[in-house]
Ligand binder design. Structure first.
Ligand SMILES: [Zn+2]
Length: 316
């Protein structure tokens, strides 16, 4: 049935791929795609539906093992964006886990991450340096609400900049559940519709139109579209960016009034704790600070080394 390798988050078309989540650096139009139903819906939204396709989608539910060739696969929630999944693969008695992008602090708009017990762990290491320690999410969200309240009481429109998939829905869900009236940039609105189809309610969120927001409304927009035509109606702005990189201070961002470390990735202590919690005897670190995280895990007594991308597929 399998006939070839199972690729993980391949960004070019392959025969058969597992897609952990629908961010642009993890997706492509594959012949066969294994992913959660939410990830498949978000991929269709982002990539469009090709007119002529022989592609096949294999929706998989979290925590429901299934066979593929001589592999047994099981998905675990990754807590990163809606539908995001870790993949556990068992073959010949060896159990390998691949986290994809992982966030262990629960969010309002994604399935909370679960620990994936495994023997060999491939662990993302975006924030794999000891200085990356995020405050508790509740504190970050409270600070964002204060920023919004202050801007509104000063007669300004709070503009929150966050990625169109995941970060935008997280803050929109948080604010709209608490009675804030929100406007979403059209690109965010398109993703919101998929979230709502998949059961994430976003009450009080409307698309941003050319007339701009009303006095008491909050605008959520992707960072690279802050100056786009759709934002021309947003005049008296007070702007904040929502990103884990805010932990480095403002040096990553220009032209914003504030930056809040709202992250959809695990911070350094969470990555180390997660590696331990899986029980893995060997850890390969991937992306971001792979070298540094592997070195720390070795000091903690784990066998760990960075994984070069081309080695990734040979594991399977
Ligand atoms: Zn991602």
């Amino acid at each position: 049935m399998l006939g070839s390798a199972l690729h993980l988050d391949a960004t070019r078309r392959v025969e058969c791929a597992f897609v952990s989540h629908a961010h642009g650096d993890h997706i492509a139009r594959h012949d066969r795609t294994i992913a959660t139903a939410a990830t498949l819906a978000l991929m269709r939204h982002r990539l469009g539906v090709p007119r002529r396709t022989r592609s096949e989608h294999l929706p998989a539910a979290h925590r429901s093992p299934f066979g593929l060739g001589d592999l047994t696969l099981e998905l675990f929630p990754a807590g990163h964006v809606l539908g995001s999944a870790q993949l556990r693969v068992a073959r010949d008695g060896v159990v390998i886990g691949y986290t994809g992008d992982l966030c262990t602090q629960p969010t309002d708009a994604a399935e909370p991450a679960e620990v994936m017990p495994c023997e060999v762990l491939v662990l993302e290491s975006t924030f794999g340096l000891p200085r990356y320690v995020f405050p508790p999410k509740a504190e970050v969200l409270a600070a964002i609400r204060r920023f919004v309240d202050d801007a509104l009481s000063d007669g300004q429109t709070p503009v929150l900049l966050g990625y169109a998939l995941g970060k935008a829905q997280e803050i929109l869900k948080h604010l709209s559940d608490r009675g804030y009236r929100c406007r979403a940039h059209p690109v965010v609105h398109g993703v919101n519709r998929v979230y709502e189809e998949m059961g994430v309610r976003l009450p009080g969120v409307r698309p941003l139109g050319p007339e701009g927001p009303e006095r008491d409304e909050v605008v959520v927009c992707p960072p690279h579209l802050a100056a786009s035509t759709a934002m021309h109606g947003v005049r008296r702005r007070r702007t904040a960016v929502l990103s884990g990189w805010a932990i480095d201070g403002g040096r990553h961002f220009r032209g914003v009034d504030a930056a809040f470390p709202l992250s959809d990735h695990a911070d350094f202590p969470s990555l180390v704790a997660y590696a331990r919690a899986t029980g893995a005897g060997r850890v390969y670190t991937l992306h971001g600070q792979a070298e540094a995280l592997a070195a720390t895990l070795r000091r903690e007594g784990l066998r760990a080394q960075p994984l070069r991308e081309e080695l990734q597929l040979e594991l399977l």
